[in-house]
Design a protein around this ligand. Structure first.
Ligand code: 4AD
Length: 448
């Protein structure tokens, strides 16, 4: 096993092997698994772009290469040389006829890689998240996450939006005061970690027309659910002179674009995740749109027929089981609009046709995934906004600048926020958001 033999072949990645069919290439990665069958070894290598099975017949390689591979341990790092052979049965479409191997770091038997190929409990996996992310499923999710983030930005960047990122440290609440992470800000008043950049991008929208922000947001969620993180990434567009109908159109085109990009670039990853691709192919604008009243009527009917456990009370927000039921009735995301103003945020414009309703929208992902987007048209009247801030017992001083936006050239404007992790969970078909982000932060987890 000479170094030169290993490094002589051109470097390739597993994802790019289609371009190297019939060639001898070098892969740099790790051993994921090793099977043995008589005089044949079947090592599976991973390199971050995918996995590939190698074939090592005893008779075809130098004795030393065979023994080295036979003694490899899971997750030892290796540089492998081999010939790329197309094989329809292989998950990646290719196999590698291994010719040579260089071991970069061999993990000793006494300290095996903790995430073995058997089943592990969730707590154990989360405790070892820094290692768990190496497994094919978790890597596939993280690759898809990156594409979802890129596609989301791409949609706005190519449609005339200017990215304007708001501060993370803020003096006021955007989404209610009960879920704020609070901190001392030197010897001045309190500061809070942002719950949403919305209030700030309303200001930049009035400066630049069409804007968006993209960054981490924080909510001290005291509940343990499969949809809530305390730190999550939100992308938020905000547009001057846009009404609720325009906002719904923006949301459906945006979501369709993201799903399209995932389908274009991640067939192999979706296969690893055993995702039903046909369900994603159905995601095309326009999306169904129903009012809160219509959604409530659906729930009433569902309760009568025993399809949901608890009745929905008219006037209340929808709980998770309600959202799950509504969204499972559609093959595309459903847009629920015009909720009772009383259960929604202070900044939402009332519907002129029925001021008890807000001009707002929630987008519920299909297959029971629930809310992925929340947004609204914003109150544009100074007087109304001021009275809303007071009615919600929010400190007027902290919102003076926000009120200024209604004092100087106020216009109708609208925006929404989409949580990246909820979308990753839906697109990847996951049960829980904890797998959608490299290192999830939840009520009882802040390690590693
Ligand atoms: O509906 P929300 O609370 O809306 C806002 O924050 C608005 N200010 C956004 C805007 O209009 N610019 O949150 C928006 C989205 C939700 O639909 C959901 O996808 C996600 O953010 N989200 C969470 N994701 C994970 N964990 C949590 N705790 C989340 N809370 C909200």
């Amino acid at each position: 096993m000479s170094d030169s033999a290993v490094s002589a072949a051109p470097l390739a990645t597993i994802a790019s092997l289609a371009q190297h069919e019939g060639q001898t290439v070098t892969l740099r990665g790790w051993l994921y698994n090793l099977r043995e069958s008589g005089k044949l070894l079947f090592p599976i290598f991973r390199d971050g772009t995918g996995t590939i099975q190698g074939i090592v017949p005893k008779a075809a390689v130098p004795e030393e290469v065979f023994t080295t591979i036979k003694n490899l341990t899971q997750e030892s790092s290796v540089v492998v040389t081999g010939k790329v052979r197309a094989d329809k049965r292989a998950p990646s479409g290719f196999e590698l006829d291994v010719e040579n191997i260089e071991v970069i770091h061999r993990i000793p038997e006494e300290t095996p890689f903790p995430i073995s190929l058997k089943e592990h409990g969730v707590d154990f996996l989360m405790e070892h998240r820094h290692l768990w992310i190496r497994t094919p499923r978790q890597s596939a999710i993280l690759r898809i996450r990156a594409t979802i983030m890129r596609a989301a930005q791409e949609y706005f960047d190519t449609n005339g939006f200017i990215r304007t990122d708001p501060p993370i440290l803020t003096p006021n609440a955007c989404e209610g005061t009960s879920e704020l992470f609070e901190m001392d800000y030197f010897d001045q008043e309190k500061a809070y970690l942002t719950q949403s950049g919305q209030l700030y991008i309303e200001a930049t929208a009035l400066a630049l027309g069409k804007v968006y922000s993209f960054g981490p947001t924080f909510r001290a969620e005291k509940s343990k659910t499969r949809r809530h993180l305390t730190e999550f990434w939100m992308i938020e567009p905000e547009v001057a002179y846009l009404d609720l109908d325009g906002l719904m159109e923006l949301a459906e085109n945006f979501v369709s674009h993201i799903v399209k990009r995932v389908l274009e670039g991640h067939q192999a990853d979706l296969k690893v995740l055993q995702r039903d691709v046909a369900k994603l192919e159905a995601i095309q604008a326009p999306f169904p749109k129903i009012s809160y009243d219509e959604a409530h009527a659906m729930l009433e009917e569902a309760y009568k027929q025993g399809a949901i456990e608890h009745p929905h009370t008219y006037g209340d927000d929808f709980g998770s089981p309600d959202e799950t039921y509504i969204s499972s009735q559609f093959d595309r995301p459903v847009m629920v609009h015009r909720y009772p103003a009383a259960v929604k945020a202070f900044y939402m414009e009332p519907d002129p046709k029925d001021p008890t309703k807000a001009l707002c929208l929630d987008v519920l992902a299909p297959e029971g995934y629930g809310e992925i987007i929340g947004g609204s048209q914003r109150v544009s009247s100074y007087e109304l906004l001021k009275s809303r801030i007071e009615a919600h017992n929010l400190p007027l001083e902290a919102f003076q600048w926000y009120l200024d936006l209604r004092k100087y050239g106020s216009v109708p404007h609208s925006g929404y926020g989409m949580g990246i992790e909820r979308v990753v969970a839906w697109v990847c078909g996951l049960d829980h958001v904890r797998e959608t982000i490299p290192f999830a932060r939840t009520l009882n987890r802040i390690y590693p």
